[in-house]
Design a protein. Structure first.
Length: 139
């Protein structure tokens, strides 16, 4: 992965986001088999990013189901903006000034007990925790 690019949601995270109503514009998407597709790969209108979770995406993929593949940071923003669930990643220093990361959720200040070596790992697990909270609240 290019370190200057934002980490995309996994296929499973993207499917769960679609079920919960994620509707922000994205450049990437997953085909129903989990293969990553790009807005500029010739299957879609290359000029405007779209929300691939809607039926009127401008994509011509026949009967294939597709799922928006947002960056994890955008999915976390959607939770803040649309679901009013706040979360953040904190940096911690350990022996030898080694940097580690931990996530927090602002609903009762839930703290992830795991410590992660990378910001991106903490962010992805934080998204999984948020998805679980929203899925449990919708049932």
């Amino acid at each position: 992965m290019n370190e200057k690019q934002l980490q995309l949601c996994s296929f499973e995270q993207s499917k769960r986001l679609k079920q919960l109503g994620f509707d922000y514009p994205c450049f990437e998407f997953y085909y129903e088999d989990g293969e990553l597709g790009h807005h500029f790969d010739g299957n879609c209108d290359a000029y405007f990013p779209d929300n691939f979770n809607k039926e009127d995406t401008g994509c011509y993929l026949g009967d294939l189901e597709i799922f928006s593949a947002p960056p994890v940071a955008l999915a976390l923003k959607w939770f803040r903006d649309e679901k009013n669930i706040y979360s953040w990643i904190e940096t911690h220093f350990y022996a030898g000034n080694k940097i580690k990361y931990r996530g927090f959720i602002g609903v009762g200040i839930n703290e992830m007990t795991n410590i992660f070596d990378t910001y991106e790992s903490a962010e992805s697990v934080l998204l999984d925790e948020l998805l679980e909270i929203l899925e449990n609240n919708n049932n």
